[in-house]
Write a protein that binds this ligand. Structure first.
Ligand code: FES
Length: 105
């Protein structure tokens, strides 16, 4: 799906995948040897979180910030901790790191 060399530690990336026959945009986030993935759909109003494809905002507190209205998500679980959908979460997509690349489970 994506080579790890294109995802530096602490960075985000966006990839297009097909899940159950539907094209989906995913947010990837690398934390050391681990990569987390969520659907690129904000629980507030259903918008993408990036302001341009693959361009995500990260606050100085280390939160992922939705470019539409500023909802802020922690990066362990993808839970919104500030903003208009506080308490809701991004939808997790299970991915694995194998052979230096990120793969859908
Ligand atoms: S759609 Fe993300 S904060 Fe409104």
């Amino acid at each position: 799906m994506l080579g790890l060399e294109r995802l530096p530690d602490g960075a985000f990336a966006e990839v297009e995948v097909v899940i159950d026959g539907d094209a989906e945009s995913l947010i990837l986030y690398r934390d050391g040897d681990h990569v987390r993935a969520w659907l690129n759909i904000c629980p507030h109003a259903g918008r993408r979180l990036d302001w341009a494809p693959g361009q995500f905002l990260k606050s100085k507190e280390g939160l992922l910030v939705c470019a539409a209205h500023g909802a802020s998500f922690e990066l362990a679980q993808g839970e919104c901790v500030a903003g208009p959908c506080r308490g809701e979460s991004l939808r997790t997509v299970v991915v694995n790191v194998r052979d230096g690349a990120v793969w859908l489970d």
